[in-house]
Design a protein around this ligand. Structure first.
Ligand SMILES: NC(=O)c1ccc[n+]([C@@H]2O[C@H](COP(=O)([O-])OP(=O)(O)OC[C@H]3O[C@@H](n4cnc5c(N)ncnc54)[C@H](O)[C@@H]3O)[C@@H](O)[C@H]2O)c1
Ligand SMILES: [Zn+2]
Ligand SMILES: [Zn+2]
Length: 373
């Protein structure tokens, strides 16, 4: 069996505190598991929500990070599809290929996914630091030079893929793009609105465009995001702060009654309601993509009775082991954009700077180098 590895990781010891670079021990992979050398990882808003979002002491210490790419270092017993040297992307939603959800084409919600078991817990961690167990966030934990994951949550990708770019396909890009294409099922010639123009929202804009939308209205309270949104195909730009009335009324006036599709990519229940109310009655579809699990959402029933549909989307509805390699190929074939999402490049020891950039709305994605490729 491969020995324990001692390596560097950014440990979140407590909520709301800076991460600390520590030496951790990473256990060897057990049956069905692989140990991955992480080459590059990015920071996603969901990592920040765990750190800053009233998660409670039980959820710490933890190694955050779930948007990454790396190379298999060693494999445990009964690993069939992967071998040392394979380039991989860790998945925060597993695809076991055996459960009733994996067997259904209707969903990507694998029964073995970390949150299927218990929303607060994660699979048994393979990390220790200073004699303490350290949790693995979403079963991934990519703010570490090495991590251990079950093979059912690992996508094997094209060896030609540059890991410092395709790491973004581990969360944000697939999430937004798939929310438009798979969940909303945006139609050619339609009018869409995307609320929130971080990586998830910009990828949703890209998905709307790929699906043939004729008009894509980009909505954000930070006008610095509009230039990027245009790169991905947005045609109109709305800052809610420029209007005194509800944003749904503004969009309704712009579109003769509302948009065909709206996507909420902020993680705010008020914005979720606005996104629904911005849809046209009769057939409008609104998709919640932004992540929050601390508040209830609300709307008037007549919104749905009047023919609107309200849906949610995790990881863009993609079954990761099948879809992520295809998205990597789409990038290599220049059919989707990835490089354009990267605004900053840092190293893992600068992770607190990456956190500050995201908190202040100054980045789309910061890619951090973890180990040499
Ligand atoms: N469903 C999933 O599977 C999934 C996966 C990844 C991320 N997420 C969630 O998606 C959301 C976006 O993630 P991100 O990494 O792109 O975040 P981000 O912080 O980079 O982007 C959020 C954007 O929303 C804008 N915004 C804030 N308040 C707004 C408002 N009232 N109206 C309009 N825009 C507003 C911000 O200015 C920012 O540009 C987060 O909630 C994240 O947790 C969900
Ligand atoms: Zn499954
Ligand atoms: Zn994410």
């Amino acid at each position: 069996m491969s020995p324990v590895i001692r390596c560097k990781a950014a440990v979140a010891w407590e909520p709301n505190k800076p991460l600390v670079m520590e030496e951790i021990e990473v256990a060897p992979p057990q049956a069905h598991e692989v140990r991955i050398k992480i080459v590059a990882t990015a920071l996603c808003q969901t990592d920040l929500q765990h750190l800053l979002g009233n998660m409670g002491k039980d959820c710490f210490p933890v190694v955050l990070g779930h948007e990454a790419a790396g190379v298999v270092e060693s494999v445990g017993h009964a690993v069939t599809d992967l071998q040392p040297g394979d380039k991989v992307i860790p998945l925060f939603i597993s695809q076991c290929r055996e459960c009733r959800f994996c067997k259904s084409p209707k969903t990507n919600q694998c029964e073995k996914a970390w949150y299927g078991v218990d929303p607060l817990s994660v699979p048994e961690s393979r990390f220790t630091c200073k004699g303490k167990k350290v949790l693995q966030f979403t079963g991934t934990s990519t703010f570490s030079e090495y991590t251990v994951m079950n093979q059912m949550a690992v996508a094997k990708i094209d060896p030609a893929a540059p890991l410092d770019k395709v790491c973004l396909l581990g969360c944000g890009i697939c999430t937004g793009y798939g929310a438009a294409v798979n969940t909303a099922k945006v139609e050619p010639g339609s009018t869409c609105a995307v609320f929130g123009l971080g990586a998830v929202g910009l990828a949703a804009v890209m998905g709307c465009k790929a699906a043939g939308a004729k008009r894509i209205i980009a909505v954000d309270v930070n006008p610095e995001k509009f230039a990027k949104a245009e790169v991905f195909g947005a045609t109109d730009f709305v800052n809610p702060k420029d209007h005194s009335g509800p944003i749904s009324q503004v969009l309704s006036e712009m579109t003769d009654g509302g948009v065909d599709f709206s996507l909420e990519c902020v993680g705010n229940v008020g914005v979720m309601r606005s996104a629904l109310e911005s849809c046209i009655q009769g057939w409008g579809v609104s998709v919640m993509v932004g992540w929050t699990n601390t508040e209830d959402f609300s709307a008037r029933p007549v919104q749905l009775i009047g023919g609107r549909t309200w849906k949610g989307s995790a990881f863009g509805g993609f079954k990761g082991r099948d879809a992520v390699p295809q998205m990597v190929k789409a990038y290599l074939d220049k059919k989707i954009k990835v490089d354009e999402f990267i605004t900053h490049n840092l190293t893992l020891d600068q992770v607190n700077d990456a956190i500050e950039l995201m908190k202040r709305g100054k980045c789309i994605r910061t890619v951090m180098t973890v180990s040499p490729q």
